[in-house]
Design a protein around this ligand. Structure first.
Ligand code: SF4
Length: 314
């Protein structure tokens, strides 16, 4: 059985890796490819996964080239959000949410989830829509990049057990950030004891949370964690803020010596990345803001990641 797995995005796609591992175990001849895959009609089964909605048009175009008779499955977070649209355009009903056939597939992965969902309901975020409230995954497979939407919203027992499991890894990075409003001293002590944390990632989406941000940095300072060395703060912008508000947040972060990372708002069902422009912004201001914030931060972060890779490879 010849099976093709298409990752519709350029990012690492955990679902694609799990499907590939499971199908290989079942004896399939598996090919993994990106959205630019050629000769799509030489496979018996095709699985497509999309993380970002703006890659859905390219995915649909690809699906429309597949000849009748091939078994085609579509999934991924973007497909969950855009299920009706995909069905309309391709005649294929996407798999919504997690797929029990593949989700617990044991293998070596780059990323993992110890939990899904979130206790909060931020208007700009698709997690509550796709994953609902926080659900802990007790039998998760440890991997260095933890993608939990809100790890600190999990129970204390789950956080302790997860850190124990993750402690076997040379380094761990909570890529989607930690909820600063939930951080307590015992978390910091536990992370220190159990994990080689690459860096501390938080979000600062509203000036209303200024005191929370300052408190968290002060707490971390008590443990000798220096913002300039270890702390990155995500800032959503272009949603309902103004350029002045966004700059106020970034200037506050830099005044506290942490590293800001600007994340441009994309509507949950956008089919074109960066096409949305809120009335408070202009296209130029949106682009400039991101460049001015992220170029220095990425320079620092890439250097940090290089150093972590060098020390953990020894
Ligand atoms: S806290 Fe984070 S994951 Fe939860 S809804 Fe808000 S943005 Fe999404």
């Amino acid at each position: 059985m010849k099976s093709l797995i298409v990752n519709c995005d350029s990012d690492y796609n955990l679902a694609c890796e799990k499907i590939a591992s499971r199908l290989k175990r079942d004896g399939h001849d598996v090919t993994k490819a990106g959205i630019d895959v050629k000769n799509i009609n030489k496979y018996d089964n095709i699985y497509l996964s999309a993380i970002y909605t703006w890659n859905i048009p390219a995915m649909i175009k690809l699906v429309q080239q597949i000849t009748a008779g091939t078994k085609v499955e579509i999934g991924g977070p973007a497909a969950s959000v855009m299920a009706d649209y995909i069905l309309l355009k391709t005649g294929i009903k996407p798999k919504i949410g997690l797929d029990a056939r593949f989700d617990s597939e044991p293998s070596k992965y780059l990323s993992t989830y110890t939990s899904r969902g979130c206790i909060r309901n931020c208007e700009f975020c698709s997690i509550p829509l796709i994953e609902g409230k926080t659900k802990e995954i007790h039998d998760f497979i440890p991997a260095p990049i933890v993608l939990d939407p809100n790890f600190l919203a999990c129970s204390k027992e789950h956080i302790i057990n997860s850190c124990e499991k993750l402690s076997a890894l040379p380094a761990v990075d909570f890529l989607h950030g930690l909820d600063a409003r939930l951080l307590e001293s015992w978390h910091i002590e536990l992370f220190f004891k159990k994990l080689n944390l690459v860096c501390w990632r938080f979000t600062f989406d509203s000036l209303k949370n200024e005191s929370t941000l300052k408190n968290v940095l002060a707490m971390l300072k008590n443990y000798q964690i220096k913002p300039a060395e270890k702390i990155i703060i995500y800032c959503i912008y272009g949603f309902s803020d103004t350029p002045e508000d966004a700059w106020d947040r970034v200037n506050l972060i830099t005044s506290l010596k942490a590293h800001p990372y600007a994340m441009r708002y994309q509507p949950l069902d956008t089919l074109e990345k960066d096409s949305y422009i809120h009335k408070n912004w202009t296209s130029t201001k949106l682009v400039e803001f991101k460049q001015l914030c992220n170029i220095p931060t990425m320079r620092w972060l890439n250097d940090l990641l290089r150093r972590v890779r060098t020390t953990t490879a020894r």
